[in-house]
Design a binder for this molecule. Structure first.
Ligand SMILES: [Zn+2]
Ligand SMILES: [Zn+2]
Length: 245
């Protein structure tokens, strides 16, 4: 993946952890194109041992040219070491993805207390030809922060706040990057607002702080349903674990 996009994604993740007040407690590592040394058994990919295996599963259950992000999300939830060491997985993809349902595509999928998967495929010159590369990267950063926001319980986890809408998952309606946008052009708007007025609204800020304060002593939450970023009518992919320091 474009190194500028990876750098932007990492800084987006760090920014979310900073807002949550946990950047000193949680470390972010970049595994790059992750492959354990024993990831192959002859020509077979060993289960849970490489990004290749996760993506192959998404491809097998996907459709032409698109990975099924729900399969990858499920595999990340089921990975054997999830119970041994609490962590979050963020996967940055060049490949196009959809949610396994009746969407044309999604930019990303964020699952509470577990994972975020974000594709750069649609945030490219091919689909947004008028945007320069640096603005496309800022849009990708917005999408990463949005899915990481879902991963960290945003928005409306407690059902005690306003300014929410149910639109393919719960979303914020304030000036905030947790708003839903069903068209790619909407992500330009969210990005412009993020750069001009900040990332999260006051209600989402409060919630993301509470997310970590409400964590169980073993660092776990019960996984909940996923939310998807953007809907409308495979390259070198990155794998970023976020663990407890
Ligand atoms: Zn908000
Ligand atoms: Zn969303």
């Amino acid at each position: 993946m474009h190194s500028g996009a990876v750098t932007a994604a990492l800084s987006g993740i760090e920014e979310m952890l900073e807002i949550a007040g946990v950047s000193q407690m949680i470390s972010v590592g970049n595994l790059g194109v992750w492959r354990a040394s024993d990831y192959r058994d002859g020509s077979r990919l060993r289960e849970y041992r490489s990004i290749d295996w996760y993506l192959a599963r998404g491809r097998q259950t996907g459709r032409r040219g698109q990975l099924n992000a729900s399969t990858i999300t499920f595999d990340l939830m089921e990975e054997p070491w999830r119970r041994q060491e609490h962590h979050y997985d963020v996967i940055l993809l060049e490949s196009d993805i959809y949610n396994g349902g009746n969407t044309n595509f999604v930019l990303g999928v964020g699952t509470q207390a577990s994972s975020a998967i974000i594709s750069r495929h649609r945030l490219s010159r091919r689909y947004l030809p008028e945007l320069p590369e640096d603005e496309l990267i800022e849009c990708y950063k917005t999408a990463v922060m949005h899915e990481v926001g879902h991963m960290l319980g945003l928005p409306g986890r407690f059902g005690t706040r306003g300014h929410l809408e149910e639109s393919l998952g719960m979303h914020c309606t304030n000036t905030c990057l947790m708003r839903q946008r069903l068209r790619l052009e909407g992500w330009e708007e969210l990005t412009a607002d993020r750069l001009r007025r900040g990332s999260l609204c006051i209600e989402c800020r409060r919630e993301i702080v509470n997310f970590f304060q409400d964590m169980l002593p073993d660092g776990h939450f019960e996984p909940m349903e996923s939310s998807e970023a953007s809907f409308r009518p495979v390259g070198d992919d990155q794998f970023i674990p976020i663990g407890r320091r």
